[in-house]
Design a protein around this ligand. Structure first.
Ligand SMILES: Cc1ncc(C[n+]2csc(CCOP(=O)(O)OP(=O)(O)O)c2C)c(N)n1
Length: 364
């Protein structure tokens, strides 16, 4: 397993991978992870208070998401699953737009083309095929192997459970057959809801890639420096036209699968205690404290920034407008067509039937 920073916050060397950033870059990664965790905690609280229908917490996966997100270049395109709040943060998605989805007032809210971050995918593994098809398109557009700053790549995020899904395996075959510039980034958080990874795969997940004919690596998913270094390497391969890579980020989902799940029903408490010692944020904090790269005021300011961000998120979430259902007839298809117009009219008539002022006196 590739590691550049131990759980105790000691940097270690690896023969093939090196973190390219300086102290400032490391502090930036810590800031990203702390703010991501704060957004996640606030969203979880909002769900518990009935303000969101559901939330998929990422607690414990901050390094896997921030490290990989920060490895992406200006032309790269992301196909996420439903838990990629930290990647979304690195791509510049305003966090409140994510909450809009889970509050049920929006079907997205950001422009995937502009932000290069596609919509969340709840259908397990479907985005692996979308990502591979998109990568094949990039390749045919001549956007790989130019080595002039225009090269592009694609990242598909998914969980360990998704690797059991047909779509993901089909994506592997297409990506390998066509040498597509796609990085498959698997966050092995050990559980697919209540199903442990070990029951789904007889070999470590990264080894499966070799059977499809492309490199697979396992990185310490709680080590943000290693995740960034490994993802940069995989993106360089994609950009250079060297084909797909599979990254298994070995991590742990410290919270529930979603807010409607209770992991105490299937997981031992000891397991969680063990992983708490590998916390992705604490090891970077220890490193920066020991090296003196930042002072105590920097940490204090970050705490204030995180609380302010959470307060703003809460305020903006509660202020999100409810959608007009009638609008969905305008947004479902690119162009209008007669059956849709008829459905829209039928809906308008039905909705009006609830307006008592519109009804005759006898019917009220
Ligand atoms: C095609 C499909 N089958 C089943 C489900 C129900 N489902 C939702 S999440 C989940 C487990 C996913 O596990 P994993 O891929 O490891 O992702 P994690 O949430 O652990 O990151 C399942 C089976 C679904 N959303 N889509």
């Amino acid at each position: 397993m590739i590691q550049l920073l131990t759980p105790e916050g000691q940097r270690v060397a690896h023969p093939d991978f090196e973190f390219s950033g300086d102290d400032e870059a490391i502090a930036g990664l810590l800031r990203d992870m702390v703010l991501t965790r704060r957004i996640d905690a606030e969203a979880t609280a909002l769900q518990r208070q009935g303000e969101l229908g559901l939330w998929a917490p990422l607690l414990g996966q901050e390094a896997a998401q921030v490290g990989s997100g920060r490895a992406l270049g200006p032309n790269d395109v992301v196909f996420p699953t439903y838990r990629e709040h930290g990647v979304a943060w690195t791509m510049g998605i305003p966090p409140v737009t994510l909450l809009g989805l889970f509050r049920g007032v929006s079907l997205g809210g950001w422009d995937p083309a502009e932000l290069r971050f596609n919509l969340y995918t709840v259908v397990i593994g479907a985005q692996a095929l979308h990502a591979t098809g998109y990568a094949m398109g990039i390749q045919r557009d001549g956007r790989v192997g130019n080595n002039d700053g225009t090269d592009a790549g694609v990242v598909a995020y998914f969980g360990d459970g998704a690797t059991s899904q047909g779509d993901v395996n089909e994506a592997f075959i297409f990506a390998s057959s066509y040498n597509a510039p796609v990085v498959f980034f698997c966050q092995n958080n050990q559980w697919a809801i209540s199903e442990p990874t070990t029951r789904q795969s007889r070999v470590p997940l990264y080894q499966r890639a070799h059977g499809f004919g492309f490199p697979g690596v396992r990185v310490d998913g709680n080590d943000v420096l290693a995740v960034q270094a490994v993802t940069e390497w995989a993106m360089r391969r994609a950009h250079a036209g060297e084909g797909p890579t599979f990254i298994e980020a070995f991590t742990y989902r410290m919270g529930a699968h979603t807010t409607s799940d209770d992991p105490t029903k299937y997981r031992l408490a000891d397991e969680l205690e063990h992983w708490k010692l590998k916390d992705p944020i604490e090891r970077v904090r220890a490193l920066l404290q020991r090296s003196g790269a930042v002072d105590q005021k920097w940490f204090d300011d970050l705490g204030v920034e995180a609380d302010d961000l959470a307060a703003e998120l809460r305020r903006d979430c509660l202020a999100l407008p409810d959608p007009e259902l009638a609008e969905s007839f305008a947004h479902t298809y690119a162009d209008a067509h007669p059956p849709l117009a008829a459905q829209g009219e039928a809906y308008a008539e039905y909705a009006a039937s609830f307006d008592v002022d519109q009804q005759p006196e006898a019917a009220r």
